[in-house]
Design a protein around this ligand. Structure first.
Ligand code: SF4
Length: 138
């Protein structure tokens, strides 16, 4: 099966703080499959490191108030295009990210509070009938 994975889950240092979310669980799950890694925020032109971002009233903003909704949505579109072109059957995504979160996200107050919701990339994948899985559900 062809699987796409949030790049940070396989150790790419593309997180806002320059780190990653390396997951042994993901590594063992994808054994024997054809795998690509995708970071929609980097695809959208955002730098590493960058300010933390959350979805505030439906719009993605950095903690300093800068609007980055356009970059997030552009990155999600480019990532979706790649997923479709490469005929990916399953996308494994990092939890709580304003791009990749499948079941929950931060609430937009930058206080660490989690609410149910989804990141813009996860939403776009679901809208296009691409199967997604939150890493927490592996
Ligand atoms: S956008 Fe997704 S892949 Fe990129 S660092 Fe954030 S959670 Fe990881």
């Amino acid at each position: 099966m062809k699987i796409a994975v949030s790049a940070c889950l396989l150790g790419e240092n593309c997180k806002y703080n320059g780190g990653n979310n390396y997951s042994e669980k993901v590594l063992s799950y994808i054994q024997g499959h054809d795998v690509i890694t995708v970071c929609p925020e980097v695809l959208g032109g955002l730098s590493v490191p960058r300010e933390p971002a959350e979805i505030v009233g439906g719009v993605v903003k950095h903690k300093d108030g800068t609007f980055v909704d356009k970059e997030f949505r552009k990155g999600a579109e480019l990532a979706l295009k790649q997923i479709i072109e490469e005929e990916v059957e399953l996308v494994i995504l990092q939890s709580r990210s304003p791009s990749c979160g499948v079941n929950s996200i931060y609430d937009g107050t930058f206080s660490g509070k989690i609410i149910s919701g989804e990141g813009v990339y996860a939403r776009l994948l679901k809208d296009n009938n691409i199967r997604v899985l939150d890493v927490a559900d592996l």
